[in-house]
Design a protein around this ligand. Sequence first.
Ligand code: ATP
Ligand code: MG
Length: 391
Amino acid sequence: MQAEDSPFTPGAGVMPEVMAGREAIVTAMTAQTRRALKGRAARSLVLHGLRGTGKTSILLEAREQAEALGSAVSWIEAVPDKPFLQQLVAQLRKILISLDAVEKARRFVRAAGGALASLIRSVNVQFPGGSVGVEFEPVPGVADSGDLETDLPDLIEAVGLAAKHASTAVVLIVDELQFVGDTHLNALIVSMHRIAQRRLPVVLIGAGLPNVLRQLGESRSYSERLFMAESIGPLSREATDTVFRDTLALEDVTIEAGALDALWAETEGYPHFIQEWGNGCWAVATGSPIRKRDVDKAAPRVRSALDRGFFQMRLDRCTPQEMDYMRALASLGPGEHGPGAVAKAYGMSSSSQLNSTRQHLIEKGMIYAPSYGKLAFTVPRFEDFLGRYTG
Ligand SMILES: Nc1ncnc2c1ncn2[C@@H]1O[C@H](COP(=O)(O)OP(=O)(O)OP(=O)(O)O)[C@@H](O)[C@H]1O
Ligand SMILES: [Mg+2]
């Protein structure tokens, strides 16, 4: 069938046509936004899961819902090489400018703008295109200590007060939370603690790789109570079938039970794999229904699409030594393994010589520690890929 008609959406952060199995988490997020809008205490949420499980898609849905409810939404995708604070300040400024239109909130918006201008100076936030916040006058004594853990909570509190007086809520969405960095993450958690204490309408919705939970816990002991943590894993068999069936139904195509069995075995419910396999089956099938033999025929095409579009792109920033380390981990097979076993597979007697390589791979989001003293890949089935990768 024609590629241009395929209803499947393989890719990163592409909202699927049919999003199955995430109703409960989307409802929970919307409930917190509603609570904030009503002036009730709302809890922040952190989604954590492997690559390609659909975290960004859930955040996109949360953004839509929050906007539809009338809250002010900011979207940040943290990246390793850009200071998070710069992105956050730019987003808060945008929110304040939008709230400034609300007459009864203006005094508080200006106060928050003052805090923003103070913080930009006090912690020296750099912007490539010059300074932002020039439209606001710094307020002495607020967010101007130079200590981020004092100044950011001051600023977020002032933004929360402005939102409250504008009868709205602020929803801060942060994707790729693992790249925020300890200093900024700490300041963000302290800020959300302040928000909880003052019961202001600000909700943080974050998503990141599985190691974010540990980062949050290590940052502040109270972060566990402050955030609801939700693990985002593969879809159930039922939800997986729903995605295939309902996505194909958009184009009046059906699928046979044998094909669904084969696709479950191939995808194990991982959303990115589901989209890529759906797309591949679409391309090789001559019409409705999709049969088991279409799945078999699509296999080489799907594997190479996954290698190019999902696995290989993760390797861009890895050094040859890091590649060797990952190959050693992959050689041990699926699941979690201790650094000692990896060192042995690498050909070293002690794991301590590989500490910095391991740390860099964690910082780059390639591997994580699922439990104390263990390591695993953040990309599902990465060990299979490395086994056949010759680049
Ligand atoms: N619940 C779902 N049902 C069907 N498809 C989904 C679902 N969630 C996500 N997808 C699809 O899966 C793919 C991966 O989704 P997404 O980019 O949201 O994952 P992610 O967890 O953010 O991945 P990464 O960690 O790489 O950023 C996309 O093609 C998306 O359209
Ligand atoms: Mg994502």
